[in-house]
Design a binder for this molecule. Structure first.
Ligand SMILES: Cc1cc2nc3c(=O)[nH]c(=O)nc-3n(C[C@H](O)[C@H](O)[C@H](O)COP(=O)(O)OP(=O)(O)OC[C@H]3O[C@@H](n4cnc5c(N)ncnc54)[C@H](O)[C@@H]3O)c2cc1C
Length: 402
């Protein structure tokens, strides 16, 4: 088989790879885009419940790093401020894709996510990008200033290679550790990958009383970490059979450290101790019934449980018992035993250490011509369109430099 030559080979045709390939092609480069999966951009297709939450308007242009987790939080700032959510919205508008804003600046397509995939493919076509998919890459080597990419369609040569193979989340959709292996092969440091934006689990019998609440959703304030590390979100929480999920829990999971507790306020904005104290002075209803005015009744019943001190009308309750109950509603402390893992994680935190890369171009500082973009890098966004915006922005920074 003869060796084909390109200006750049992009490995991984997900959000970052497709966008980077299209942008580089439109700048006149001869680009090859390779992906081992049968289906194109599966994560975009299933994202946002099938409507692709493609960016977020609340991304703060003065401090874009605020919505991202990384060992080096300022790294993402340059790319995110040079390619803003508004620039991606303009592109979506130019392609005539109707969209709407939901909760907290999140932008979704009105129609199926496939529209975003079609837009990215159209950009690639406009840039004359060659797209090999499915196509397995067996090795990458570097010799005399050029890379040799061995694939099952033959060997390809290029002076520049972009790794856009994402993280480990959802292995059934083609996720692999390819990017991490390439980083190690070329001596780049890594931040240990871990599942993020992931439900948390509580093993053992201690969870049994709460498992009965499976399906219950309610707004909470959730916190983890102490002092400067403290992180809090005001979002919905969902009880599951094995633990906790919902946006509040997915968000906090990116900051949660194993073995540490979470504190959950089930009635944010309400002074529960005062409300129960006031009820005691004017009501003869049972405690569970009074509590059900502050939180959903299933939760109220579970929290009152079988505690003899709480099985009575509120006017007969001891102040100490009411104050302990208020504390458990306003500051429930619980330590997860783990996460649901990569099978359920929306993203992978950690990855290629950003100290190894130029924040302007995404190129490796020690290996010329080797670039890393998107989720493979140690930059993880909040829930709500931030991860796609990182994919677009890092891809744009890279394509501009290529
Ligand atoms: C269920 C779900 C919903 C999500 N919803 C949203 C959302 O609404 N908004 C948001 O911002 N983010 C969302 N995300 C996160 C978002 O999908 C990712 O952060 C984003 O897709 C990362 O883009 P990427 O291009 O870096 O990686 P990916 O999109 O994962 O693409 C990586 C590509 O590399 C290919 N690849 C992997 N290994 C190899 C290999 N060895 N050889 C060749 N190709 C390879 C894969 O097949 C894949 O096509 C969601 C994630 C999930 C799992």
């Amino acid at each position: 088989m003869s060796t084909a030559a390109f200006d750049v080979v992009v490995i991984g045709a997900g959000a970052a790879g497709l966008f980077c390939a299209g942008q580089a092609g439109r700048r006149g480069l001869k680009v090859l885009l390779v992906d081992h999966s049968e289906r194109i951009a599966e994560k975009i297709r299933i994202s946002g419940g099938g409507r692709c939450n493609f960016t977020n308007r609340d991304l703060d242009p003065r401090a874009p790093q605020k919505h991202f987790v990384s060992e080096n939080p300022n790294f993402c700032r340059s790319a995110l401020s040079r390619y803003t959510s508004q620039q991606f919205i303009d592109l979506v508008d130019r392609h005539g894709i109707a969209h709407h804003e939901k909760h907290k600046g999140q932008l979704f397509c009105d129609g199926p996510s496939q529209q975003i995939i079609d837009m990215l493919l159209a950009e690639c076509a406009a840039g004359g990008v060659a797209h090999w998919q499915p196509c397995r890459v067996s090795s990458l080597s570097f010799d005399a200033g050029r890379y040799q990419v061995a694939t099952d369609r033959g060997t390809v040569e290029a002076p520049r290679v972009v790794i856009a193979t994402g993280g480990l989340s959802i292995p059934q959709l083609g996720a692999s550790d390819f990017g991490y292996r390439i980083a190690r092969q070329f001596g780049l440091g890594m931040v240990a990958p871990r599942p993020a934006l992931v439900p948390l689990v509580f093993a053992g019998e201690g969870w049994a009383p709460y498992a009965e609440l499976a399906g219950l959703a309610l707004p909470v304030q959730i916190e983890t970490g102490a002092k400067k590390q403290r992180m809090a979100f005001l979002e919905d929480l969902l009880f599951t059979h094995r633990g906790l999920s919902g946006p509040a829990v997915l968000q906090i999971s990116s900051y949660w450290q194993e073995g540490t507790p979470l504190a959950i306020d089930f009635a944010p904005g309400t002074d529960v101790a005062k409300a129960l104290g006031d009820a005691k002075s004017r009501s003869r209803k049972r405690i569970a019934n009074e509590l059900a005015g502050l939180v959903p009744s299933r939760l109220a019943d579970a929290w009152v449980g079988t505690d003899a001190a709480l099985q009575r009308p509120i006017n007969e309750a001891a102040d100490r018992a009411l104050s302990a109950l208020a504390d458990r509603i306003a500051r429930w402390q619980i330590t997860p035993t783990g996460t649901e893992g990569y099978k359920k994680a929306e993203v992978t935190a950690g990855g290629v250490d950003t100290r190894e890369l130029s924040s302007q171009t995404m190129e490796s500082k020690r290996q010329p011509g080797l670039f890393f973009i998107g989720e493979v890098v140690d930059v993880t966004g909040w829930l709500g369109g931030y991860n796609f915006q990182w994919a677009w922005a890092s891809a744009h920074a890279c394509a501009t430099a290529l």
